[in-house]
Structure formats: C-alpha cells, structure tokens
Design a protein around this ligand. Structure first.
Ligand SMILES: [Zn+2]
Ligand SMILES: [Zn+2]
Length: 330
C-alpha cells in the first residue's frame, strides 16, 4: 500500500492527513527544511524541527502556525506515527519517518553525508520505502570534505591580499558552513552581504560556532576591502552592490562547480566544489543502508539513479515526479 503519494499539492499521506513539503497551501504541512522549494507559505499548520524554526519564521512569516519538534520525537498524526531525523543538509533539516501499522516510509528531503559543523549529522533510518533526492545522482559527482574545500578557499583568500576576495555562495546553509569551517583556520573577521548576514545571525542564535562576521554595508563607502574575504549570494554577482569592491578576485562555491565549464560560463575566476547534497556514492550508500525494498527518486537525476539501483542492486526503484528543485544556487 502506498503510504505517501504525489498529489496536486505535493507529497500526501492519507492515513496521517498531512502533506510533506507541499508546493501549494494545505491544512497540515510537515517541512523537511527551510529552502524555498521545500518550505512554502500559505498552509494552515506547519510542523518542523525546533532547529529550523528561526529560519522558517524568517522566510514564511513570524505569525505562521508552527509546531516545533525535537529530532526523534514521535508524534501521532491521524493513524500514523511521525518523527523527524537529521538530514545533514542545513540547520534544522530533517528526514521525515512515517509509520503506519507495520510499515515505515522515510522521506529524505535534501541530505548529505559529508561533515558539516553547522548542522546535525545525517542519521540512517531503516525503512520499507525510501523517497530519496538525487540532485547530484551521477557517478561524476564525488565530493572531497568541506574541510578540504574550505582550506582551498582560505588559501585563495590569503593568496591575494592586494584585492578584495568576493566569494559567492548560497546565503542559507552554504555561507554558514564556510564560516563554520573557517573557525579552524583563522580568527580574521569575514565581511558579508545583507542576505548572508540575516541568516548567519539566526545560526548564531542557535549556538552554531562561526568566525566573526561584519555586514559590508556597515563600513563607510571609502573603506578599502583589500585583503578581505566577502561572502555574497549569487544574485549579487555583477550587481551594483559589487561596485564597492574594485577589481576583486571572484569565486563561486557550489556542487555545480564540479561540472566542466560551469565556472567559466558564469564568469567566476575560481570555482570551489562544495555541496550540501549527497554525491553519487553518498546516495547509493544511503539507499543501501536504509535497507528499503522500494525506493522513489526525486530531484535531478531520477532516471539514472533509479535505473542503477534496479539493475545493480535489484531494488524496486522508480523516479517520482515532484516540483522540488536541485541545489538552489545554480
Ligand atoms: Zn535544500
Ligand atoms: Zn531540495
């Protein structure tokens, strides 16, 4: 029996009377994490982890009807038991486990298996049916550790002290992960764009350790940023905001930087491969570790991953059409 199905509004659990990450307003929405393709406004009632509450309220409005839960806490919804488990993707991100009679389904949301000092590490949750993402579901995607990539970012920054170093990255999750990794390498402050600043403050309120940050806008226009590292969202690239940093060296941190030509096409001088999604091996290992007999694949490379799981591992794996998007910083 299908415990979770794709409806017009999104993933739906009839036995529990709720949706997961619905793309249209519904009565009861369980939210895996606060990225915009998973958390949308307009629903009557929201359920999410306490850890994601600050960012959800910031993005969907302070007055949303939101019930916060702890990781692992079991809640009865309709005829089901529901719990949230760490997904290792961004602060507060969760996989959602749904239990009905003797059947267990897990919806992964977005997840990664690499270390990240700014969020709880992914937990393997055994299940009968696993709905996995596949944003980077091709064997060419193989990540080094965040620590290694952030060392490269640090060396790039320190390698040119005569110019500002402008690093573009997704403002929620990626920026804070870099700031968290940098605590191992430096005590110098990092300057941030306003969009990065608001989210970083929410991470700080949640007790996440990161290097000191200063909003670039707080400095006088005459201030020289030579030798400084500045983090900004990709939308600020080539915007008027960039004018206050004359002749910068520019870089971009994203999983997409692993694709040949992607950096040059966008015009960045340096690409740093850093993703908050699992790489190919991470996806395959995770599916096997859950011991799921049936796997539905969403996001990105759904065909390739489901075919591989069926042919090589003899798992009943199928693509599932959803409106979730890949890494939002392309
Ligand atoms: Zn996400
Ligand atoms: Zn996603």
């Amino acid at each position: 029996m299908a415990l979770i199905t794709v409806h017009q509004e999104g993933l739906y659990c009839e036995q529990g009377g709720f949706h997961i990450d619905p793309w249209r307003p519904v009565d009861c929405a369980l939210i895996t994490h606060a990225h915009s393709d998973h958390a949308r406004s307009g629903s009557h009632h929201y359920l999410a982890t306490h850890r994601s509450e600050g960012i959800l309220r910031r993005r969907l409005g302070n007055d949303i009807n939101l019930q916060g839960v702890e990781y692992g806490q079991k809640i009865k919804l309709g005829n089901t038991w529901v719990s949230f488990h760490p997904a290792g993707h961004v602060l507060g991100s969760a996989q959602i486990r749904v239990e009905y009679r003797d059947e267990v389904w897990v919806v992964s949301g977005d997840y990664k298996r690499n270390d990240d000092p700014t969020c709880d590490a992914f937990e393997v949750v055994p299940c009968d049916t696993f709905i996995t993402e596949a944003t980077f579901g091709l064997p060419i995607y193989k990540w080094q550790t965040g620590k290694q990539t952030c060392q490269q970012i640090y060396d790039w920054w320190q390698g040119d002290r005569d110019r500002p170093s402008l690093l573009f990255c997704y403002a929620f999750g990626k920026a804070q992960r870099i700031l968290g990794e940098l605590t191992q390498l430096t005590e110098q402050p990092v300057y941030v764009h306003g969009a990065v600043h608001v989210l970083t403050e929410i991470y700080r309120q949640a007790g996440i350790a990161m290097v000191e940050t200063i909003p670039a806008s707080e400095l006088p226009r005459s201030h020289s940023f030579n030798g400084a590292l500045i983090l900004a969202p990709p939308s600020a690239y080539r915007s008027t905001w960039m004018r206050r940093f004359p002749q910068p060296q520019t870089g971009f941190a994203s999983g997409w930087m692993a694709v040949r030509g992607a950096r040059r096409r966008r015009g960045y001088e340096r690409g740093f491969v850093l993703s908050d999604h699992a790489d190919w091996q991470g996806l395959v290992d995770t599916v096997l570790q859950t011991q799921a007999k049936t796997v539905y694949v969403t996001h990105g490379q759904t065909e390739v991953l489901s075919r591989y799981l069926s042919e090589v591992h003899h798992i009943n794996a199928l693509p599932l059409n959803t409106l979730f998007e890949g890494e939002g910083d392309i």
